[in-house]
Ligand binder design. Structure first.
Ligand code: HEC
Length: 168
């Protein structure tokens, strides 16, 4: 139902898009110059992560409204922080989380929000995890979000937290 507004290239052959593990340690300290490439298909090849300020505070605020209107009746916010959330999503591309939420949530009416609302709700989930806001809006397309890797604030960026076995 929602067509991609525009298809910009996001992956370039030969471009090391997946260097998150080592680059994230540096990325955690570096604030990338934000000329707003994120709207146009992602910054060209840097390993941007959610530690870099990939959403705006205003977006997270909007996301909080969406969450309380649409998600909170099934999910306590505690579902999306710490050990119940971070181990399964650390190192995943933001696009994966976006697509899952957009195509499967709300569980009883998937896809019923618009893309900006889904992006906002992800921004809110990131904020819940103490990830920093920045001056770029989180793009509302999976193509663009593929450029961002989910990372949480583990000191030194030293990899994913330990993975407990899934409960269910
Ligand atoms: C009608 C109930 C319901 C609503 C409303 C709902 N969800 Fe869910 N959601 C579920 C169920 C059931 C699951 C699978 C069990 C679980 O992971 O908690 C799930 C799973 C998820 C997951 C996967 C969690 C993980 O770590 O793998 C995410 C993310 C999620 N929901 C986000 C949302 C968001 C964001 C909204 C609001 C836009 C929302 N849900 C609305 C029922 C719901």
């Amino acid at each position: 139902m929602h067509r991609r507004l525009a298809r910009f290239r996001v992956s370039r052959p030969g471009n090391p898009g997946r260097i998150a593990a080592t680059a994230a340690a540096a990325a955690a300290l570096l604030v990338l110059p934000s000329s707003s490439p994120a709207q146009d298909g992602g910054p060209g090849g840097e390993a941007a992560t959610t530690l870099d300020g990939v959403f705006t505070a205003e977006q997270a605020e909007r996301g909080e409204e969406v969450f309380s209107e649409t998600c909170a009746r099934c999910h306590p916010t505690s579902r999306f922080v710490g050990a119940t959330f971070q181990p399964s999503w650390s190192q995943a591309p933001v696009s994966t989380l976006f697509t899952i939420v957009r195509t499967q949530m709300p569980f009883d009416n998937p896809g019923s929000l618009d893309r900006d609302e889904y992006a906002a709700v992800l921004a809110y989930l990131f904020e819940l995890n103490d990830l920093p806001a920045g001056d770029r809006r989180l793009p509302a397309s999976a193509d663009s979000l593929r450029a961002f890797t989910i990372r949480f604030g583990t000191p030194g960026g030293g990899g994913a937290p330990p993975r407990p076995p899934p409960d269910r």
